[in-house]
Design a protein around this ligand. Structure first.
Ligand SMILES: [Zn+2]
Ligand SMILES: [Zn+2]
Length: 284
């Protein structure tokens, strides 16, 4: 299994040269199974880098599953221009929980639709399939090829979803938890994410929304995001092997990010800030 980071920014994209190292595109990750499975998590503006990666990996593999953590714009803005949607022969599955009584099909049909976009999603040539993820999934597992997917709800305005992707053949596992406000989460929400990280064993990688520092957080309570310190605490207490902090604020330029990363690594050497374009593989 590999994880490719197409975009790691939260809120909105930035294009200033001062963010070249960590990247300016919003959330989109690609989980690459060893048997050729492709699972995209979120369709932020980083989706266009994921699209390029898909083309370079295996141009004849034209099946992909997009899981949406939630429907905030920074996780959706790349969808209308996702090139495979326009090409015959592609099989694109889109899956998410219901938010505000809207399914993933409702969202795709209203977002890839005039006047927001020139075309309606039904006019695009790819074969599309929509799937509703239920809320009772802690024990259930959904398979996508050789990858097993579990998820749990996260505390965030309007709700969000964490995913755990496992590859039984290689033993690799990764948990993606963006966007989440840990300090405001209920005991039940804490338990769900703890279990997702820890069961059946500590994940190889946790990708966690650590948009703030502990010092910054009090001014943003209720905004739906966590601190990198909370990410480290969660990773260590659940036996996670490596942590990558994501959902960087648009005020975090490369110089500030490098300073922050030094603090993060001083706190826990197995943690770092996610960078756009990086490819994670499980430690041998
Ligand atoms: Zn976000
Ligand atoms: Zn959000």
């Amino acid at each position: 299994m590999k994880v490719y980071f197409g975009g790691v920014r939260g809120g909105g994209p930035m294009t200033e040269p001062t963010c070249n190292e960590f990247g300016g595109d919003t959330t989109s990750f690609l989980i690459e199974g060893d048997a050729g499975e492709r699972i995209i998590i979120d369709a932020g503006t980083g989706l266009r880098h994921v699209q390029r990666r898909l083309a370079s990996l295996a141009p004849h593999n034209r099946a992909v599953c997009i899981l949406f953590s939630h429907y905030h714009l920074d996780h959706l803005a790349g969808l209308p221009s996702f090139q495979p949607l326009y090409e015959e022969g592609w099989n694109i599955e889109m899956a998410a929980r219901i938010f505000d009584e809207l399914t993933v099909e409702d969202i795709a049909a209203s977002f890839v639709n005039p006047p927001i976009w020139p075309l309606h999603i039904d006019e695009l040539k790819a074969t599309k399939r929509f799937r509703i993820l239920d809320d009772e999934s802690m024990e259930a597992t959904t398979a996508y090829g050789g990858l097993a997917i579990r998820w749990c709800p996260l505390h965030h305005p309007g709700g969000s979803t964490a995913f755990r992707i496992e590859e039984p053949a290689s033993g690799a596992s990764v948990v993606i938890a963006t966007d989440v406000e840990w300090a405001e989460s209920t005991a039940e929400e804490h338990r769900w994410l703890n279990e997702l990280c820890a069961t059946p064993h500590g994940a190889d990688l946790l990708v966690f929304d650590g948009k703030y520092t502990a010092d910054e957080y009090p001014a943003y309570r209720g905004w739906g995001h966590s601190t990198w310190q909370e990410g480290i605490e969660l990773a260590r207490s659940t036996g996670v092997k490596q942590l990558l902090i994501t959902h960087h604020d648009i005020t975090l330029d490369d110089a500030a990010a490098r300073t922050r990363e030094q603090e993060i690594q001083a706190a826990w050497p197995q943690a770092a800030l996610a960078r756009q374009g990086m490819i994670w593989t499980p430690a041998g």
